[in-house]
Design a protein. Structure first.
Length: 113
C-alpha cells in the first residue's frame, strides 16, 4: 500500500465554438533543477508527540555539502516533505522518493516504524 500521491495539473480549453472540436491543451512542466545537492541523512527521535504511543524515530534526508550520515547541511532554506510510508513497509522501500527530491532541494522526513 502506498500513501504517496503525485499531482500533475493540465489546463484544457475547449474549442473556439465555431465547429472546432479539437481541444487545446497546455501542459506546465516543472522548473528545471538548477543545482543538484548531495544527500545527507540523520536519525532523530520525536518525544511527546500528541497521540503518539511513545517515542517516534524519524529518518531525515536533506540537501548537504557532501553525501553521508550527519553531513553538513547545504546553505539555504528547503521545503519539508513528511512522508508516511505504507502499513508494514520499511521506509527504505521508498528510497526513490528521497533520491529524486533531495538533490532538487527538499528535506524528506520518514518514520522508522
Amino acid at each position: 500500500m502506498c500513501c504517496g500521491t503525485l499531482l500533475f495539473l493540465t489546463t484544457c480549453a475547449g474549442g473556439s465554438g465555431g465547429g472546432d472540436t479539437s481541444p487545446m491543451t497546455t501542459t506546465t512542466s516543472p522548473a528545471p533543477v538548477t543545482a543538484a545537492h548531495a544527500i545527507g541523512w540523520t536519525t532523530r527521535t520525536l518525544i511527546g508527540s500528541p497521540g503518539s504511543p511513545g517515542p517516534l524515530p524519524v529518518q531525515i534526508y536533506y540537501p548537504a555539502d557532501r553525501a553521508g550520515m550527519n553531513a553538513l547541511a547545504a546553505s539555504g532554506r528547503f521545503p519539508l516533505i513528511v512522508f508516511a510510508h505504507g502499513y508494514q513497509q520499511s521506509y527504505q522501500n521508498y528510497a526513490y522518493v528521497w533520491e529524486d527530491v533531495v538533490p532538487a532541494g527538499y528535506v524528506v522526513a520518514l518514520p522508522i516504524v
